[in-house]
Design a protein around this ligand. Structure first.
Ligand SMILES: Cc1ncc(COP(=O)(O)O)c(C=O)c1O
Length: 378
């Protein structure tokens, strides 16, 4: 057995990524996918995810957050010809760093007028694609839509007659697209913005607006591109109370597996672990080999985990390398057995996110490098 599989590990089923992408393409046959893979491919491993998506699934465009992520990706897969967009931490104002966009063939997503001016002014950057992200109501990053006329003027004065990619981002995509006022407003503003560019005779080569929540509701088909992240890793990004609005039946790509290190019976009130926390009930305790050093944080305390269909509850303090789970007395669980913290069941995955008061986005991302990612194609 490969050493990584001996201990706790995250199995990443790449065949499920293929099925998820197939499903998304069925709903969006006309749109190209800009696959968002920031934060190490949402925790699944940037290089492996991109390599598979490019080589086996024909995805040509990827989005990361930082210049560092982009360079690392390009260096690891230098022989592959995909496009990389850098979305937030651009480091564009430092000339020696801005040059790295040319060297590594990266696309800066320009969200601030200072960066735009620099790009337009410097003739070295005339070969850089002009990719603009406007703030239509997210109020985080983004060129000011109130200044769209001046911005268009600047672009024209610099002799550019084409925008490579125009985009914006929703604040509330996990809420209903049809009725949420901000979602409606942001869509209207993006449409007005596109019209303004077109009236100014600036060609918009590509446009995109929708991330997972919007795409799960079948919106944003009128743009050339869609920008999914979370949904392609399986979970729905809709708020739990609005899940019925989503057509998405994603397969969770990952399974978090570990080992049972010890099993013993306790009576209610028996002291357990650090702080001698009293057992909340009588039952059978299983100690598993994952703790906050692996990313199973103290927020997991109280959450439900399952073994062979039997529900147990995390009790006592989560330690750095171990966690206590209380099962009903007599549960069939043995020392040395494999234990699955999550097994690809989307319902249980969402339940765990709710119980640990994290977002489904966080569960995999927060796993540390100590948990090896093992790639599998079934
Ligand atoms: C600009 C932008 N587009 C798309 C996405 C993908 O979002 P999601 O994971 O909700 O699909 C993100 C993610 O944070 C983003 O920042």
């Amino acid at each position: 057995m490969e050493p990584a599989r001996l201990g706790s590990h995250l199995v990443v089923h790449l065949d499920r990524l293929k099925k998820n992408i197939d499903d998304l393409r069925t709903h969006y046959p006309e749109n190209d996918i800009l696959f968002m893979v920031k934060a190490d491919g949402y925790g699944h491993g940037l290089t492996e995810i991109v390599k598979f998506a490019f080589n086996d699934l024909g995805i040509l465009e990827f989005g990361v957050a930082t210049l560092g992520e982009a360079i690392s990706l390009r260096r690891h897969l230098s022989e592959l010809t995909f496009q990389i967009y850098v979305f937030s931490d651009l480091q564009f104002l430092q000339p020696e760093l801005a040059e790295l966009y040319l060297e590594y063939r990266l696309i800066p997503v320009i969200s601030h007028e200072d960066d735009l001016e620099l790009l337009l002014k410097n003739s070295d950057y005339s070969n850089l694609p002009l990719c603009l992200k406007f703030n239509t109501g997210m109020n985080r990053l983004g060129l000011s839509i109130e200044r769209s006329t001046e911005i268009i003027e600047k672009i024209k004065s610099a002799g550019r007659s084409e925008v490579f990619h125009l985009m914006s981002h929703f604040a509330n995509a996990s809420m209903p697209m049809e009725t949420n006022k901000r979602n409606i407003w942001q869509r209207e503003r993006f449409n007005e913005l596109k019209n303004e560019f077109q009236k100014a005779e600036i060609l918009l080569e590509k446009t995109s607006l929708g991330n997972s929540g919007a795409l799960e509701q079948d919106f944003c088909k009128e743009e050339t591109h869609i920008r999914p992240g979370l949904m392609l890793f399986g979970p729905s990004s809709m708020a739990p109370q609005h899940r019925e609005k989503s057509w998405w039946k994603g397969r969770v790509l990952s399974e978090l597996k570990t080992k049972v290190l010890n099993v013993f019976d306790v009576s209610k009130g028996d002291p357990l672990g650090y702080g001698s926390t009293p057992a909340p009930d009588s039952g059978t305790i299983a100690i598993i080999a994952l703790g906050y050093g692996d990313g199973v944080s103290t927020r997991y305390m109280g959450a439900t985990l399952y073994h062979k269909g039997v529900a147990g509850r995390i009790c006592a303090r989560v330690c750095m390398d171990m966690t206590f789970i209380l099962f009903p007395k007599g549960t069939d669980i043995k020392r040395g057995e494999e234990f699955c913290v999550w097994d690809g069941d989307p319902e249980k995955f969402s339940e765990l996110a709710l119980e640990t008061k994290t977002l489904p986005y966080e569960l995999v991302i927060q796993l540390t490098a100590r948990v090896p990612r093992i790639y599998q194609i079934d």
